[in-house]
Design a protein around this ligand. Structure first.
Ligand code: FMN
Length: 330
């Protein structure tokens, strides 16, 4: 059997995305690629530790290798949350130092922590001590007026000294004043070159680049340039077939490529079980809307699923109706 640890899988990963990379989405992505590392949505340490919301850690056994992303800035609380995540069997525990949403800033989570590297180092040391599961960090290149050329190497060195061996860097600043979280994913310019230089400066660390990567060709370019991994967010979600169906072959060197039709068929038992247990069809199929993007019938596929997937009692017949608009070969 191929060994598929989180760090091997991190050659390609699907980024953590709130409201998007839930367990249904990850199940779908796993069917498309057996090798790619999948991240959960961010789960906050206070929700787990103070709120006891352990259901947030539920996942399907098929999802491995799967990494949970934590948000928080209190070392003791993050350590406790880490122990809970480890007990749930996650393959990696990632700390969010990149997400700029207001809610996250107000709790002192996410990108605002780029300004407090000593505290982040304390957090990751406490997390590392709390379990045997690998602890990683997802960060930006800086925030607001910080100079990434000095801030990023200092931040990475502190992470390394605290025991972190793997990081994903979203290659743009977060502007915490004046931009919405959505704008913060597009407006601050990308600086891939700085991330590449970080790999040269820290050759022993596993460094993944994230931000604006839209194709496997582009991903392969970064790997060829020496980076250890590529993390893709929106493109993997919106056009999963372009990114994930070919990933095992193109990025991990495996033989054989499934079709989108194969994956829809493989989703059927999962969807049937979900609906039988009282779930809504759309909770699963909303993640499948982009499966045929760019191919004949894609508009009908999206329309049928969007319009009928929410109906009470909607089941596999809606999926079949949507699929009937797609020519067999796709
Ligand atoms: C809907 C959405 C939710 C996101 N939620 C998170 C999150 O919970 N944690 C995080 O670190 N980043 C989050 N991000 C940022 C992504 O992980 C990623 O860094 C960003 O989208 C840039 O990568 P991309 O250009 O490949 O999408 C989110 C992005 C989107 C689009």
């Amino acid at each position: 059997m191929v060994s598929n640890t989180a760090s091997q899988a991190a050659r390609l990963s699907v980024a953590p995305m709130m409201d998007w990379t839930d367990r249904h989405c990850r199940y779908l992505h796993r069917l498309m690629s057996a090798r790619t590392l999948l991240y959960t949505e961010m789960v906050t340490a206070p929700a787990l530790v103070r709120g006891g919301a352990l259901h947030l850690l539920d996942y399907n056994a098929e999802e491995h290798p799967v990494a949970v992303q934590l948000g928080g800035s209190d070392p003791a609380e993050l350590a406790e949350a880490t122990a809970l995540c480890a007990a749930h069997g996650y393959d990696e525990i990632n700390l969010n130092v990149g997400c700029p949403s207001d809610r996250v800033q107000s709790g002192c989570f996410g990108a605002v922590l780029m300004e407090r590297p000593a505290l982040v180092a304390e957090c990751v040391s406490a997390m590392i001590r709390a379990s045997n599961v690998e602890v990683t960090v997802k960060c930006r290149i800086g925030v607001d007026k910080q100079d990434p050329e000095t801030v990023l190497p200092d931040f990475i060195a502190r992470m390394r000294d605290a025991g972190v061996t793997r990081l994903a860097v979203h290659a743009r600043k977060a502007w915490l004043q004046g931009l919405s979280p959505k704008e913060n994913r597009d407006i601050p310019p990308l600086d891939y070159d700085l991330v590449l230089r970080m790999k040269q400066q820290f050759p022993d660390l596993h460094i993944s680049v994230n931000g604006g990567i839209e194709s496997l060709e582009q991903a392969k370019g970064f790997l060829k340039d020496g980076l250890d991994g590529v993390m893709i967010g929106r493109a993997a979600y919106h056009t999963p077939c372009d990114i994930l169906l070919r990933a095992d072959h193109e990025i991990f060197g495996e033989a054989g490529v499934k079709t989108a039709h194969d994956v829809v068929q493989e989703m059927r038992p999962y969807i049937a079980r979900h609906v039988e247990q009282g779930g809504k069809l759309a909770q699963v199929t909303r993640h499948m809307l982009g499966m045929f993007t760019g191919r004949p019938g894609a508009r009908h596929w999206r329309r049928v699923l969007s319009e009928h997937g929410h109906r009470a009692g909607a089941g596999l017949e809606v999926l079949d109706e949507a699929l009937s608009h797609i020519p067999e070969k796709d």
